[in-house]
Design a protein around this ligand. Structure first.
Ligand code: NIG
Ligand code: FE
Length: 441
């Protein structure tokens, strides 16, 4: 795996010296998340907490982690540069497994329309929603999109996130989808967070395929399957293919076709499922062994049972319900109790969830979906890493793994969701290097 460069403006004075070893000590709690992954049922709440802990990093990887007294006596700790965490909580960097990072502008006007009574779907029908973002993205120069994305990524890092999945899907023609995926790959090389690109050409049917003779939604699906997916794979532009399979977007039949083509090209599968209506999208995810089924607000009891027996990660996106002002959040509690693999993500996007704060998502998961703080932490770290095929290198603080971690200025990890809407992240490390550091008083 890559260890990427730092943000160009990051203050590197404290821990990016030539010395390869770093000792993080005086940690009130280290949430190691050690042990088998993914986590189901009761195991989701097992954070592997070390109280009064310390951690040694060598060449970007975790070399030792344990009680402070033992770790500080190790020979490598004596050679290491010491960094006092002053009683903070250390946890794996958040893995945000569902974002729409590249978009041109906010949709604050639609936010106001919704507050005045229009629904998300009504706005979409009137040409707003995703198609509004598509129009703006097509007209936006790549350097402007890149500047915005880099600014967002700094904010992700400032909230403790170290890995970000990012979807295309606001282009919906080949030049624009290509522009987004190329940018994601470029950005992945040029800044420190790891970006996992996903092709979402099947976000909605673009205007030029609506109400035109001979140009239908099926023709668009055909274009994706025959032309675009092979190009995405040939140019190595994405790891996953996603489909918005829902009312007003793509049907299960269309999604199945796209998934078959994507799988034939070697891409992993993710799906936006059962957000607006129950369509059978979650069952499709199970049948096609998708890596992740996301949203799931409208799933039935039998869907929960099917998901629980599968290896599909159920990625809950409570930021959407919060931002849209909806009363019914996804059934995370039932999914966990049934034994499903549950993850949490921001769904950072301009229409339904314009937040990049995983601590806020953890707060929402606790109060709105009755996940415990421990479950929510595991769902934003190890299970999310598993859903992206990175469970072996990210999502936990175990010897040999990359030192991707966040330090929060709290004495107890439960205070992370407890202080909702407040960011207590004091610094974030990627591969053992500081990528965000808050000024200390
Ligand atoms: O995950 N549901 C589809 N896609 C996004 C919303 C995108 C938008 O409104 O721009 C979501 O909620
Ligand atoms: Fe989404």
């Amino acid at each position: 795996m890559r260890c990427a460069p730092l943000f160009s403006t990051v203050n590197t004075n404290q821990m990016t010296s030539s010395r390869n070893s770093v000792l993080l000590t005086n940690c009130s709690q280290i949430l190691t998340l050690r042990g088998p992954a993914p986590r189901r049922g009761r195991a989701l709440a097992d954070l592997g907490i070390i109280k009064d802990g310390a951690l040694v990093i060598n060449n970007g990887r975790i070399a030792a982690v344990g009680p402070r007294r033992r770790i500080e006596r190790l020979p490598e700790s004596r050679r290491a540069r010491k960094f006092d965490v002053r009683g903070g909580v250390v946890l794996p960097g958040f893995v945000d497994s569902h974002t729409h990072l590249i978009h041109a502008t906010s949709r604050a006007a639609e936010y106001e329309m919704r507050i005045s009574g229009a629904t998300y779907e009504e706005i979409a029908h009137a040409g707003g929603g995703i198609l509004n973002s598509v129009r703006k993205l097509r007209g936006a120069p790549a350097d402007q999109l890149k500047k915005h994305a880099l600014a967002h990524l700094k904010q992700f890092a400032a909230h403790g996130t170290t890995t970000v999945e990012a979807k295309s899907g606001y282009g919906l023609d080949w030049p624009s989808e290509h522009k987004i995926l190329s940018l994601l790959n470029e950005i992945n090389r040029e800044q420190p967070l790891e970006i996992v690109p996903t092709f979402l050409g099947a976000h909605v049917v673009p205007s030029e395929f609506r109400n035109r003779s001979g140009k239908t939604a099926d023709a668009y699906v055909d274009l994706i399957c025959r032309k675009w997916l092979p190009r995405v794979a040939a140019e190595n532009l994405a790891e996953f293919c996603d489909v918005f399979c829902d009312r007003g977007a793509f049907s299960v039949v269309q999604a199945r076709k796209i998934f078959s083509a994507a799988r034939a090209c070697g891409l992993g599968l993710r799906i936006h499922a059962e957000q607006l209506a129950r369509t059978g999208a979650a069952r499709l995810a199970v049948q096609m062994h998708a890596s992740s089924a996301d949203h799931l607000e409208k799933i039935s009891a039998s869907d929960i049972h099917a998901l629980a027996k599968s290896n599909v990660t159920c990625t809950m996106l409570p930021g959407c319900c919060f931002h849209l002002g909806l009363p019914h959040y996804g059934p995370a509690r039932q999914l966990i109790d049934a034994g499903a693999i549950v993850a949490l993500a921001t769904d950072f996007n301009p229409g339904t969830s314009p937040t990049l704060s995983m601590p806020m998502i953890v707060s929402l998961a606790c109060t709105q979906m009755r996940m415990t703080p421990a479950e929510a932490i595991a769902a934003t770290t190890i299970n999310a890493a598993y859903s992206l095929g990175r469970g072996d290198r990210a999502g936990s603080l175990e010897v040999g793994k990359f030192a991707d971690l966040a330090v929060f200025d709290v004495a107890d990890y439960r205070e992370i969701p407890y202080y909702f809407g407040v960011n207590h992240c004091s610094f974030t490390m990627k591969c053992g290097r500081i990528i965000y550091s808050r000024q200390r008083s």
